[in-house]
Design a protein around this ligand. Sequence first.
Ligand code: IMP
Ligand code: MG
Length: 178
Amino acid sequence: MNHDIERVLIPEGEILAGVERLAREITEFYRGSEFTVVSVLKGSCIFASDLIRRIPIPLELAFAAAHSYGARTEAGELSIDLLPTGNEVRGRRILLVDDILDTGQTLKRLKDELLASGAGEVRTCVFLDKPSRRALEFEADLRAFEVDNLFVVGYGLDYAGRYRNLPYVGVLRDAAIS
Ligand code: IMP
Ligand code: MG
């Protein structure tokens, strides 16, 4: 698998330092009030699990799922596969957590769906942000790292379902992209 990686963009140690920094900000922001982390599957499962274990205040966990990428590196049409139940969302402060903010369509759509389900507040937190790719006006409230317009994998991010288990973020070799 490592042979498919052209170079490491963010090594494991830097990732964990970035996650630690976000966890501190989140802890200060929500201290004294209940909130729910909504992890967007599958990409954010690793980021969200590292993140919440560094937040030492009460929180609940829920999941959403959306997909827009097939075996390609360009965004396709978005479909929502899973949303938290109304009970998990209604009147709650929500922190929506995703792996990467790219065109913005996934997080914009999920945020709108959660607000429509009665969430009291929805803030967004992403592991990576690719601002150069934005197709609509949307910014995350929190992000760990900004990346250039490159297709990256690892730490939850996939290409055609693979590479999510790499402990670092890397750039794929052209030869690994079919
Ligand atoms: P958006 O809806 O265009 O913002 O895209 C968000 C989704 O696209 C992410 O949750 C990822 O699943 C996927 N994505 C965007 N860029 C990358 C990338 O560089 N590597 C892997 N997945 C990506
Ligand atoms: Mg994804």
